[in-house]
Design a binder for this molecule. Sequence first.
Ligand code: COA
Length: 424
Amino acid sequence: MKIVDAETALEVVRSGMRVYLHEAMMAPLSLIDAFTERGRSLRGVEVVHLHTNAPAPYVAPDLDGHVRHNALFTGPNVREAVQAGRADFTPVFLSEIPQLFKDGTLPIDVALLQLSPPDRHGFCRLGLSVATARAAVDHAKIVIAEINPRVPRTLGHTGVHVSQIDYAVEVDRELPEVEGPPIDDVARQIGDHIAYQIPNGATLQMGIGAIPDATLAALHNHEDLGIHTEMFSDRLIPLVESGAVSCRKKTRFEGRIVTSFAMGSRKLASFVDQNPFVEFHPSEVVNDPREIGKQHAMIAINSAIQIDITGQVCADSIGDRIFSGIGGQMDFMRGAVWSPGGKAFIALPSTAKGGSISRIVPRLDPGAGVVTTRGHVEYVVTEHGAVDLRGRTLRQRAEMMISIAHPDHRAELRRAAVERNICC
Ligand code: COA
């Protein structure tokens, strides 16, 4: 491990290389800046990553032809570039991303990471995300790491030995903080509908957004809950502190919370620091549907942009416009349905844009990306109730979906369903 400055380290990047960035809260700011500057003098460099909580200067129009971003999950900082066609989007299950790095489908030339300083055994820690970073650090040809004493020493499969690091850049910088979305009345009602369906002893996965957060807030009187989720957020801390989470009933990783990445405040970073109750594992482990299916009473809670009356779930785009990504939704939807006593929820407000449009539609918008197919969907929940579509005909589904649509949009949905010959 050579200690250098960021500019010197980034000299290893050459035209045509693929560069990986550590995701979420761990995006290494000084390396991003030096990489962007280095990119100006190169051609055809690809930068690949999940969402990052950091600026993304490499997607600016003046980097066109020099650096091109490949989004494995489209975060707010790269959304405009993806939608404008200056950056690419790869639809992929979170569980399968590490394999792409390993098997040569997306080989990584240079991995840019942020790590804790080494411990007395020479191991740095991947901090708040191992999701795809584990595979990147293990399979990249060259590893460059910011070493930051503020990075929590998280436990699990997080250790990176100094011998794996080619260049280290020392920094001392606070990690970013991410505020959870506000929980409004609609999210609260949806959270209550889901919480009612969750038995004591269940194991939970929560996707992104206000609804999973609202559900957590409604679970404080539950007992012996387990957590097995790709994302760990601030909202889990009060649930753990309320005594509702023991992980005793888990059949995999018994007695431990398991996650792939944590996103939130400094309190969260401190909560997971050297905490033996929280283990970080890469996404091919945490999100493996076969493993999830073996968990006792696995509850998956994910959200959607739009869902049609037959149960096709659009979650990664608004029509043609890419909004996010597949992430872990299908991994957990599939696994939860296989789990004994498990349930898979797609939960969404019945309307968007101040009630003017229904999110339950007769047909998905042109270009809408189906993340959960109508063969995989199970429970759908809005503020108007919960329905279980599994094993139901298109006609039954249309009736059920109309029953949980906003009352202002039900008549129109029924007319469209009749037109499609799937409702009478
Ligand atoms: N038509 C037009 N616009 C719509 C819309 C629709 N049917 N549905 C939502 N929108 C807009 C909203 O108005 C909002 O716009 P704004 O940001 O300008 O306010 C935006 O889309 C996001 O909607 P919102 O309901 O606030 O999203 P969310 O933060 O609750 O997240 C998903 C919902 C579906 C985007 C998110 O769960 C996701 O990315 N899922 C895919 C992957 C996944 O589930 N992974 C599991 C965890 S990794």
